[in-house]
Design a protein around this ligand. Structure first.
Ligand code: ATP
Ligand code: MG
Length: 250
């Protein structure tokens, strides 16, 4: 059975998408069959993978709306061992409709169930809100990875996220565990970054610290992960470290 991991943080721009994509590529390179699901109407993961959201016929929208297209038909192979369920803008409208559906927390879980055994890992890129979509991701995940930028407001936002995770665990998904925090866009030379990193490390389990690097950003335009763009960089090693941690935890 594939392990489902949600990349979640209600704070915007903390590298949820970048982390999902890079760790997805790292897992696939390590020989693990990996499916990435874009659960954000901004379709950033879809674009990061080098695809045009509007050119995709079946997306996460068709899998979650009433047409209920099987997830297997919404899945594209990106490279050997790596698949993607793309997203598109219409997910924003669907989200409003989902709220009126019965057992609305487990719509994604039910969509994933039939394909779960085909993959070693299923990574879900969540949107930057604690919305019904994020709740659906947490309701079907075995673990949550939390990317956090090393700045004070991002640090302060974690409390609320962990509360939500606690509630989901109690009410819908007792399986759910917090795998840890990924400190992102870290700049060693910035004093504030160093201080926030220390606060994060004191309070949470920080699995890796990913440095800010132009090649990570550039990779988004080229549809490439940092280990393909600049394999010898710290950021590549740091994302591989998270992938290794995930594989160790099973
Ligand atoms: N290590 C890094 N070095 C440099 N730039 C980075 C790094 N990680 C992420 N970025 C850049 O930071 C921006 C935000 O990253 P990303 O889109 O992954 O965040 P997000 O949390 O998914 O955002 P949203 O909340 O909008 O979904 C992007 O432009 C991305 O390219
Ligand atoms: Mg994103």
């Amino acid at each position: 059975m594939g392990t489902v991991i949600a990349f979640a943080n209600q704070k915007g721009g903390v590298a949820k998408t970048t982390s999902t994509f890079n760790i997805g590529v790292a897992l696939a390179r390590a020989g693990k069959k990996t499916l990435m699901i874009d659960l954000d109407s901004q379709a950033s993961l879809t674009i990061s993978a080098g695809l045009e959201p509007y050119e995709q016929e079946n997306t996460i929208v068709s899998a979650l709306d009433r047409s209920g297209v099987p997830l297997s038909r919404c899945t594209l192979e990106l490279k050997p061992g790596l698949w993607l369920v793309p997203s598109r803008l219409e997910l924003a409208q669907l989200e409003v409709l989902l709220i009126g559906r019965p057992v609305r927390e487990t719509i994604l879980r039910r969509a994933i169930e039939p394909v779960r055994s085909r993959y070693d890992y299923i990574l879900i890129d969540c949107p930057p809100q604690l919305s019904i979509l994020t709740i659906n991701a947490l309701a079907c995940a075995d673990g949550v990875l939390i990317p956090v930028k090393t700045d004070y407001l991002a640090y302060r936002g974690l409390e609320q996220l962990l509360e939500t995770v606690g509630e989901i665990r109690e009410l819908v998904n007792p399986q759910l565990s917090v795998l840890g925090v990924i400190a992102t866009m870290y700049e060693t030379r910035v004093k504030d970054d160093r201080e926030i990193l220390q606060l994060l490390q004191e309070k949470y389990s920080v699995i890796a610290t990913v440095k800010r690097l132009a090649a990570v950003k550039k990779g988004v335009c080229d549809g490439k992960a940092v280990m393909e763009q600049l394999p010898a960089s710290d950021a590549a090693a740091q994302y591989e470290q998270v992938a290794a941690y995930v594989m160790e935890r099973g």
